[in-house]
Write a protein that binds this ligand. Structure first.
Ligand code: AMP
Ligand code: MG
Length: 486
């Protein structure tokens, strides 16, 4: 095998869709691409040759200086509701190289993010800074390890060129791997600016790629809507259960596949508070932790609107079908969340009192500003660390009820604890740890980030080496802010 055989095995099904869906565009070459982090296990599962990928030649591919064999680079068109306002968008700083067919026959989009301007760039430079690309790498891989559907990160290269934001920052390109980059916004683009025929082509394409089981359904477009609703109900419940705040739940950042995408201003909550917001631009708290399920429903309604012409010949009937499907979301979300919360408390079956048991705990956590992750961990290991919550009489009363509830189920205490260990991560990417790793990396020291990635790669291990990563910053003033990462 020569050094130049990176192992790409591209098919480019998206380029066979109508021309209006995308624009062919090559990445813009950069002066000196340098690999700073790569994901060897992901590369291997994609069927790539790790050594070649990391070689000088492979790095020219990851930097966009060399188009990989079989790739057919495009920027995808899409639209979307940004903070509630509808607008035309598209890949403004990314190109899709193609779809990698893995040795096991799976299909993944390979996208370079930060690869230069495209016809959809508007006023942007098409580039990305190193810090935000590393941030996406860390958090997306942490999400994957937490068992949450997500796009993945294959590599980050620096470009050798500065990008100008408030100051000059080192430029970088992230290679993103996704089940696809079909977004609610892709449907909004076609429904608003395309023909019904094109909408059908897009819907059939989405079904082929992500919901092949419904292909033969009588009402396959309704099944598509129901499938997307179901996956988002499960996804957002998973976010809530680990305290993940996406931060920019615009409809262009919601995937048809049900993967988490677009790690800009996202962050994990420390103290439990539904009003938690980190994003510097989210002044109204539209995308606050506690709002995520409602916004999920709102976004799905925008997706449903796009499908109306395909649901029924009679517009009123179509609307009724869409509304019925959307009305299922709340209940589906709640069922996912409730099951996950019971598991976090070691409860196997479902009883009437569980709902109030959970609500009461969350209420106390909010009242006592208890750390979300560490509270569940303390309950898992029966270690009541020195939290104000655990010293309260309310908690003592609640604990009695909880222990009585556990006693009532047939499963042994050990099984219950195992369920809790599997449902309550020991570590999450704590904001101060992420910032510390990024600071060091941007200054040339990648060891802090590598250690962090290692600890985050197995969040349910509850190992000793994770201990240091569980603590809150010493002087947390609750004013942590995140940025959109352009
Ligand atoms: P996001 O907030 O990351 O979801 O991006 C919203 C839109 O802005 C998308 O169409 C992006 O492609 C575009 N965009 C973000 N950053 C840049 C940039 N530096 N240059 C050009 N377009 C950008
Ligand atoms: Mg986006």
């Amino acid at each position: 095998m020569t050094n130049k055989n990176t192992g790409w095995n591209f098919d480019n099904s998206y380029t066979r869709l109508p021309n209006s869906f995308f624009t062919p565009v090559n990445p813009t070459a950069v002066s000196s691409p340098k690999l700073v982090i790569s994901n060897d296990s992901l590369a291997t599962s994609l069927g790539l040759n790790v050594d070649s990928l990391k070689s000088q030649y492979g790095v020219t591919e990851l930097g966009g200086n060399q188009i990989p064999e079989g790739a057919s680079p495009i920027a995808q068109a899409y639209a979307g509701h940004q903070f509630g306002n509808f607008t035309m968008l598209g890949d403004g700083r990314a190109v899709l190289l193609g779809e990698q067919i893995t040795p096991s026959g799976e299909r993944f989009d390979i996208q370079l993010k930060g690869s230069g301007p495209t016809p959809y760039s508007r006023r942007g430079d098409g580039r990305a800074a190193l810090g935000p690309m590393l941030r996406e790498y860390i958090i997306s891989e942490a999400m994957h390890a937490l068992g949450i559907p997500t796009t993945r990160s294959l590599a980050v290269v620096t470009t050798g060129e500065p990008v100008y934001r408030e100051t000059a920052l080192p430029g970088a390109i992230l290679t993103r791997v996704a089940a696809s980059h079909l977004r609610f916004g892709t449907f909004q683009f076609t429904a608003n600016f395309g023909t019904i025929e094109e909408l059908k082509i897009l819907a059939d394409y989405a079904i082929d790629r992500h919901y092949p089981d419904i292909k033969a359904d009588d009402q396959r477009y309704l099944s598509l809507l129901q499938g997307v609703i179901k996956r988002h109900a499960a996804l957002i419940a998973k976010w809530q259960l680990v305290g993940f705040i996406h931060g920019v739940m615009n409809t262009d950042n919601m995937t048809i596949s049900g993967e988490t995408i677009d790690y800009g201003p996202c962050a994990f909550m420390d103290d439990y508070d539904p009003a938690t917001v980190f994003s510097s631009i989210d002044h109204q708290g539209r995308y606050a932790y506690g709002n995520q399920p409602y916004i999920g429903g709102w976004n799905l309604a925008r997706f449903a609107e796009c499908l109306i012409p395909l649901l029924h010949d009679d517009q009123e009937q179509a609307l009724k079908l869409a509304q019925e499907a959307i009305s299922e979301f709340n209940q589906l979300y709640h069922a996912n969340w409730f099951a996950g919360m019971r598991a976090k408390l070691g409860i196997f079956n479902e009883e009437k009192e569980d709902e109030s048991l959970i609500e009461d705990l969350l209420k106390m956590m909010q009242e006592y500003s208890a750390d979300y992750t560490n509270t569940f961990r303390a309950l898992t290991f029966d270690k009541r660390e020195d939290f104000a919550l655990f010293n309260s009489t309310e908690f003592a009363q609640w604990e009695k009820l909880w222990l009585a509830r556990l006693d009532k189920q047939k499963e042994a205490k050990e099984a219950s604890q195992q369920l809790m260990k599997n449902s309550n991560p020991a570590v999450i990417p704590r904001n101060h740890r992420v910032e510390e790793a990024l600071d060091a990396a941007v200054n040339g020291d990648y060891s802090v980030m590598e250690q962090l990635l290692d600890v985050l790669s197995n969040p349910y291990a509850h190992s000793n080496k994770q201990a240091d990563y569980r603590t809150m910053p010493l002087h947390s003033d609750g004013s942590y802010q995140t940025f959109c990462g352009t």
